[in-house]
Ligand binder design. Structure first.
Ligand code: NAP
Length: 260
């Protein structure tokens, strides 16, 4: 596989490279399967991995990186870009830093490249139950959560901080008080849901918009066939003797980092 092109995001070290295509790890697969998938992905050239406290895949991602380092597949930690996310049960000022430290222990890393607020929500639940009952979901105090995110970056535990599933209004609110503006907003985005307004806003504010579920999560309970079954993409694919996923503007991926 040809080297994956990169763009840059703002970080504590100034602009840092981030590969434009990453591998997502939101899956119900067993840990050993995730570890193998990440190792195989490193072998074919992936250097950007997306995990989250909620996915339960931080450990196998970390194990794969450790093995890639010890086997010489990669020479140093800084060759890979690792994103993880703050789950909604920890979106309170005093819970953010402990949550990141817990994620770092899972990953076996001293720092992550990007730490995201997974959703602009607070979930009050003793034990995780999906779907989350409505009465367990409340608004977050974004100012206090964001200040704690800034502390995480200032402590060197993450190189960059950002958000996920945030609207323009919610980002605008952060920008009104942030000392460190979000570097990234990770949202659902695909050829049939292009997020044009949000993309324009993020561009104007130097925030990298990242696409998740770029194939509309076909086959998953939360996804649909709109991209994989799209007539226009199918016609393009047929004319080039490729599959729809191969002619998709974000080819071969689980997670795209995308800046138009
Ligand atoms: N920030 C957030 O809130 C958030 C939310 C969702 C996802 N994410 C991130 O985004 C990543 C990707 O999201 P996703 O898994 O929901 O969506 P996705 O990449 O759009 O879709 C994955 C689905 O597409 C199918 N697929 C993959 N390649 C295909 C191909 N060549 N032809 C036909 N079908 C194909 C897969 O089927 P098979 O399993 O059969 O291969 C899988 O069911 C996640 O792993 C996670 O890291 C973030």
């Amino acid at each position: 596989m040809a080297p994956i092109p990169e763009t840059t995001i703002t970080s504590s070290d100034g602009p840092r490279p981030i590969p434009l295509i990453g591998l997502g790890t939101a899956t119900v697969e067993r840990s050993d399967v995730v570890k193998t998938a990440v190792l195989e992905a490193i072998k074919v050239g992936y250097r950007h991995f997306d995990t989250a406290a909620f996915y339960g895949t931080e450990k196998p991602v970390g194990e794969a990186i450790a093995e890639a380092l010890s086997s010489g597949l990669i020479k140093s930690r800084c060759e890979v870009f690792i994103t993880t996310k703050l789950w909604c049960n920890s979106t309170e000022r005093e819970l953010v830093l402990p949550a990141l430290k817990h994620s770092l222990r899972n990953l076996g890393l001293d720092y992550v490249d990007l730490y995201l607020v997974h959703w602009p929500l607070k979930i009050n639940q003793k034990h995780l139950k999906v779907p989350v009952p409505k009465e367990c979901v409340t608004a977050i105090d974004i100012k206090s959560v964001w200040e704690a995110m800034e502390e995480c970056q200032n402590l060197g535990l993450t190189k960059s901080i950002g958000v996920s599933n945030f609207s323009t209004d919610k980002i605008q609110e952060i920008l009104s008080f942030a000392k460190i503006p979000p570097a990234v907003n990770q949202v659902e985005m695909n050829p049939l849901w292009q997020q044009k307004q949000l993309n324009k806003f993020c561009k104007e504010n130097h925030i990298l918009l990242t696409a998740y579920s770029p194939l509309a999560s076909a086959g998953n309970s939360w996804g649909n066939n709109s991209v994989i079954g799209c007539d226009v993409l199918e016609d393009i694919a047929k004319s080039r003797e490729k599959t729809t996923a191969q002619v998709h503007p974000f080819p071969l991926l689980n997670l795209a980092v995308y800046h138009i």
